[in-house]
Design a binder for this molecule. Structure first.
Ligand code: GLP
Length: 241
């Protein structure tokens, strides 16, 4: 596992954008695993800038998002599908049919999970997987205790994650407790993984990921055993390292 500590969140975004650019240069039809949350926003803005500047193109690329709230349709403003449209897909040249987010409104979620795994496999697997991290070390919605062998499945959010994500929901909006998430083994199957973390509220999770034992107590620590994982953090998130 490579750890890169940079001064600011902007430098973290630029470093990650460079890895996306290299990946696209090497393989224009790359398959990206994408993440939501506030952390990747700066990276997405940088990718949009680079695409508009002609440095990169997603025209042949495909994407698979990590997770989605169960019960929210893609049109729901709090769905991760909607987030991806607003923050990235609407602004780059990726083909709509090449973007994939787990279907939160699937009538048969279990079947949808199996189908998502098959779709990733049919695309040739993920070349570059982007991750954020929860304060409890979760990746996607793989909360502490998630098996390292887990695949895309329905998973319950921990009370801590429910609290952390409550800020996105107003009082009259029901916050889903369940999600569809890629599993840890799904994430680990990606050829390259990059995890971004910024801000001092992520310092404990980063320390457990990088220095702690590899344990289901900190799901992101599994990346210690990935052959090509890079953890890119700012000074604040690296405070305890
Ligand atoms: C959510 C997502 C994760 C994300 C995490 C951190 O729970 N399921 O994929 O990494 O939030 O979000 P943020 O980047 O906003 O701190």
């Amino acid at each position: 596992m490579k750890v890169v500590i940079l001064d600011t969140p902007t430098q973290v975004a630029d470093y990650a954008a460079e890895l996306f650019q290299q990946q696209l240069q090497h393989k224009p039809a790359s398959v990206f695993g994408l993440a939501t949350g506030s952390t990747p926003l700066k990276l997405y803005r940088e990718l949009i800038k680079r695409q508009h500047g002609g440095l990169i193109s997603f025209n042949q690329a495909q994407s698979f998002n990590l997770d989605e709230y169960l019960g929210l349709a893609a049109t729901h403003p709090h769905s991760y599908s909607y987030f991806m449209q607003q923050e990235l897909f609407d602004h780059i040249d990726i083909q709509a049919s090449n973007t994939h987010v787990p279907p939160g409104d699937a009538p048969d979620p279990e079947a949808a999970c199996a189908q998502y795994e098959r779709a990733i496999e049919a695309a040739g697997g993920i070349d570059l997987q982007l991750l954020g991290i929860g304060r409890n070390g979760h990746i996607g919605f793989n909360e502490p205790g998630s098996a390292f062998s887990s695949r895309t499945r329905v998973a319950k959010l921990s009370p801590e994650t429910m609290r952390d994500n409550a800020r996105f929901f107003s009082q009259d909006q029901r916050q889903p407790e369940l999600s569809i998430t890629m599993g840890i083994a799904t994430i680990m199957a990606a050829r390259q993984v990059i995890l971004l973390a910024t801000g001092d509220n992520k310092a404990e999770a980063v320390q457990a990921t990088v220095d702690g034992p590899m344990s289901v107590d900190c799901p992101a620590s599994v990346l210690q055993s990935h052959p090509a994982a890079t953890v890119i953090v700012d000074q604040a998130a690296a405070l305890l390292n």
